[in-house]
Design a protein around this ligand. Structure first.
Ligand SMILES: Nc1ncnc2c1ncn2[C@@H]1O[C@H](COP(=O)(O)OP(=O)(O)OP(=O)(O)O)[C@@H](O)[C@H]1O
Ligand SMILES: [Mg+2]
Length: 381
């Protein structure tokens, strides 16, 4: 089957040799002469396979490959790396950056073609199995800490599962994760187990070992549970993990920490919707304005929605005043529900399941409808 292949090499002679070889097999070829141009063309042209020279101006092949692996859209795109450097060490760096194949110059056209055909065939198989699902990603992040993000994420996930969706709740935080307590789980393995892995090593099998079943149907990947598991995650891991999770469910609900790092950025950029959570008081509203600015700076294509949780009970600012300061509408202001929260955690059963008639549970249902109604217009993938 003819494919669309990007060839990135600043050596024009080699670029032509490879192009001609591929065209003889009726492949469509796009060429780039530096790493930046290669990345731009990959995003605009969406080739089926990429051939990258290691030594290129602006961005080298290793860096291009690492960038591709960070982004769930290109995380499994087949990559062949070419290098004049025959040393084992270079080859290892290439494979670690996420290359599927590594060929040393001089290139034998027949070998290149064989590798191309094999990789394309393997990828077609992978896509066939992955095409079963492509889940939507709903991420929640606080304007600041402790505003009720995890409680919302847990209940939204449980409600989605109750509506018949396959749901994975990903608690993506570097330090202690509280999601386990909401479901009365005692996970023996957490997100931290992925930290030492290269993105390519994050397979469905590895991910499945981390997923905990719950009685409400949500599968949960818990954040770190012990102090010695705390620590930052890198963007490559975030992208590779999300790429695997979306093939396994209808919805990935992500509970994010109120943090600024490359992993959080990667998840925010890969989300269909981001729900920014705040409290209806001045400092939280001010923090929310900056949280929104931060997310927009990552990408203006991210769909941001805002929600307030009135944990304290007092509304010191009017809804109008809050929306004026935010310069955006609020989807809702959730009422205080201290009693319900206590019971839910005590029994390890989210409010939407244990107390479905509670006003908090009802409002979760309304919120979900609002989020789902917007899907036709806000889906940017
Ligand atoms: N609507 C509510 N009414 C009263 N208390 C609430 C409400 N929502 C959450 N809480 C309580 O507020 C506390 C913080 O909630 P939660 O853990 O969900 O916040 P968080 O934003 O995830 O915090 P962190 O930033 O530490 O991750 C918890 O004790 C929770 O029970
Ligand atoms: Mg939390």
């Amino acid at each position: 089957m003819p494919a669309k292949i990007l060839v990135a090499d600043d050596d024009l002679t080699l670029q032509r040799l490879i192009t001609n070889t591929l065209k003889l097999e009726r492949h469509e070829v796009i060429v780039a002469s530096d790493g930046r141009q290669a990345l731009d063309l990959i995003h605009s042209e969406q080739p089926d396979l990429v051939i990258l020279d290691v030594m290129m101006p602006v961005l080298n092949g290793f860096d291009v490959c690492a960038e591709l692996r960070k982004d769930p859209e290109t995380a499994i795109l087949p990559v062949i790396m070419l290098s004049g450097l025959g040393q084992v060490q270079e080859k290892i760096i290439g494979l670690r950056a996420g290359a599927d194949e590594y060929l040393t110059k001089p290139i034998d056209p027949r070998e290149l073609l064989t590798r191309v055909e094999m990789l394309l065939a393997r990828h077609a198989l992978l896509r066939k199995s992955a095409a079963v699902k492509s889940g939507r990603v709903l991420s929640l992040i606080g304007a600041k800490g402790g505003v009720g993000v995890t409680t919302l994420a847990v209940n939204l996930a449980a409600k989605l599962a109750g509506n018949g969706n396959q749901v994975i709740l990903l608690e993506f935080r570097p330090d202690y994760g509280t999601v386990a307590l909401h479901f009365n789980l005692k996970p023996t393995i957490s997100l931290a187990a992925l930290r030492p892995l290269e993105p390519v090593a994050i397979t469905d099998q590895v991910v499945n070992r981390l997923l905990n079943e719950t009685s409400v149907g949500v599968k949960v990947l818990c954040g770190p549970q012990k102090a010695d598991e705390f620590g930052a995650f890198n963007a490559g891991l975030a992208g590779a993990l999300l790429a695997r999770l979306i093939t396994q469910c209808d919805y990935v609900v992500v509970d994010l920490p109120p943090a600024v790092d490359e992993a959080t950025e990667t998840i925010l950029k890969s989300s269909d919707q981001v729900l920014v959570v705040l409290e209806p008081e001045a400092t939280s509203v001010a923090a929310a304005v900056q949280r929104v600015n931060q997310i927009i700076a990552y990408s203006s294509a991210i769909t941001i929605r805002l929600i307030a949780v009135n944990r304290q009970g007092a509304m010191l600012l009017s809804l109008r005043e809050i929306e004026h300061r935010l310069d955006r509408p609020l989807l809702d202001v959730f009422p205080p529900a201290i009693d319900a929260m206590g019971v839910a955690v005590q029994f390890g059963m989210p409010v939407v399941v244990s107390q479905p008639n509670h006003v908090y549970a009802e409002r979760i249902g309304d919120l979900l409808k609002q989020l789902q109604e917007s899907k036709a217009t806000t889906l940017h993938r």
